[in-house]
Design a protein around this ligand. Structure first.
Ligand SMILES: Cc1cc2nc3c(=O)[nH]c(=O)nc-3n(C[C@H](O)[C@H](O)[C@H](O)COP(=O)(O)OP(=O)(O)OC[C@H]3O[C@@H](n4cnc5c(N)ncnc54)[C@H](O)[C@@H]3O)c2cc1C
Length: 446
């Protein structure tokens, strides 16, 4: 262990942060989970990532890789292990403006990306929050404000530079290491550490974005009408329905439909958004034309001791009305979790199911419940939450890796159907046979 620490100090050009260092107090934590790692390593170059991986492998300590640090289970930190924090690898470079080719460091955040791309008239559909990492969001999916038009964030990846668990640097694309490239797009951090992504960004104008809210009492009609409308709505429109927000009145909180129309033509935007306005009694309508980067919100770090428990699943076809009926009924009762339903479909669904390791292409909607509070409150809320998800179970499928609070075997099985899991396990065997990269929704090498 001492020998490998000496080697690390010799080969590593970044920051080595142990418990005695002044910055340890902030370095040890990911956004949602504290943690007490033995070492936080912040590489500045690809060679540092290689040295850090070799150190972690040689030390026998658990390894976590941190991109933006937003994982709900806290995969970006651990207790007593090694954290490789990619925060310094955050360059965003427009490589070819004409083709929209962009190179992005594996530790960049989506706020950094949007700020660099906006002056070039470019964007990548990526999510709704500035501080979320490009790494974690992209490697497991990436459901953003333009998902129905341009697909998931991972659908825009054309290549990646990867440091494997063996410390080797590989390039993965459709032409080079194609199986690794397949695994990186949906397999989370299982296949390797991405030091840089190459994305094909799309051209963007300003976009119409904001929220339209309705009384809680109209939840059933608004939600059913919204889901029915999204089946025929233009793919320029991506929307999210939220209700039972505990910070806005719980069962009395308004139902909010957050809309993003990808374009700056007011008539076309109105044509797309007006059917939503007609779903009920509009209490508030904040939809305005704004630069795409302004659609992203600042993230927040919960106060110490407060944890978030998220659960997710997908729905489509004939089961949608029943799923929304169950969720509406739950949302109207005290103690409901915060409920968010995202429209997917469109371009997300047009990618063949086996083209990437993201396995939920056929879904129309993704639902997420979130419960927040100190541990005893979460424990008390658990039976009702379990009962809700048991009711939903016959009508939903799968789970979105980026919105899960745990990574137990059944969670991983929900994220990856058997065939996807087997294929990922084969990639894992080829590139990480000792399962060094296990701080994620872990796929074991076969
Ligand atoms: C406030 C908030 C808003 C969100 N909004 C959205 C949204 O709109 N759409 C959406 O799809 N998701 C959203 N998410 C979920 C988000 O995509 C996941 O939490 C994601 O895992 C965060 O990525 P990260 O890099 O910030 O997290 P981290 O905790 O750093 O990483 C998450 C996982 O990815 C791995 N990883 C990260 N970077 C790399 C890399 N470069 N190479 C290899 N492995 C890596 C980590 O090891 C870990 O297993 C949101 C989450 C939060 C907390």
């Amino acid at each position: 262990m001492n020998a490998s620490l000496e080697t690390l100090r010799r080969d590593f050009g970044g920051d080595i942060i142990g418990p005695d260092a002044a910055e340890y107090a902030t370095a040890r934590r990911s956004v949602l989970v504290e943690g007490s790692p033995a070492w936080v390593l912040r590489p500045k170059r690809v060679a540092d990532v290689q040295a850090a991986v070799r150190f972690a492998a040689g030390s026998g300590l658990a390894l976590s890789v941190r991109g933006g640090g937003h994982s709900f289970p806290g995969f970006g930190t651990n207790d007593g292990g090694v954290v490789i924090d990619l925060g310094h690898l955050s360059d965003v470079e427009v490589v070819d403006e004409e083709r929209g080719l962009v190179r992005i460091g594996g530790g960049a955040t989506w706020g950094q990306v949007a700020a660099v791309l906006a002056p070039h008239g470019l964007a990548i559909s990526s999510g709704d929050t500035k501080s979320v990492g490009v790494g974690g969001l992209t490697l497991s999916g990436g459901i953003g404000w333009k998902a129905r038009k341009y697909g998931l964030a991972l659908d825009a990846v054309v290549a990646a530079e990867v440091v494997t668990a063996g410390g080797e640097v590989l390039r993965a694309s459709a032409a080079e290491n194609p199986e690794l490239f397949w695994a990186l797009r949906g397999g989370g951090g299982n296949a390797g550490i991405v030091t840089a992504f190459e994305f094909a960004a799309h051209r963007t104008t300003d976009v119409f974005h904001g929220r339209i809210s309705f009384p809680a009492a109209e939840a059933a009609q608004v939600l059913q009408g919204w889901a029915a409308y999204m089946r025929t709505a233009t793919e320029d429109l991506t929307t999210i329905a939220t209700f039972a927000n505990p910070f806005a009145g719980g069962p009395n909180a308004p139902v909010e439909i957050l809309v993003a129309f990808d374009g700056d033509d007011p008539e076309r935007a109105a044509e797309a958004i007006d059917p939503i306005r007609r779903l009920g009694t509009v209490l508030d309508d904040s939809v305005v034309l704004k630069p795409y980067p302004d659609t992203l919100e600042d993230g927040l770090t919960p106060p110490p001791g407060i944890r978030l428990v998220t659960r997710s699943a997908f729905a489509g076809g004939g089961s949608v009305p029943e799923v929304l009926r169950i969720l509406t009924e739950t949302g109207a009762a005290p103690g409901s979790p915060f409920i968010v339903v995202r429209s997917v479909g469109g371009a997300v669904s047009r990618v063949p199911a086996d083209a990437t390791a993201y396995a939920h292409r056929g879904a129309e909607l993704m639902l997420v419940t979130t419960t927040a509070g100190p541990a005893p409150a979460l424990e008390a809320a658990r039976p009702a939450l379990d009962a809700l998800w048991s009711r939903l179970a016959p009508h939903v499928s799968g789970a979105y890796a980026n919105f899960l609070a745990s990574a137990a075997e059944e969670d991983v099985a929900a994220v990856y159907p058997r065939e996807t899991y087997e294929r990922l396990a084969a990639v894992k065997r080829a590139h990480d046979p000792a399962n060094l990269l296990a701080g994620n929704h872990n796929v074991r090498p076969r």
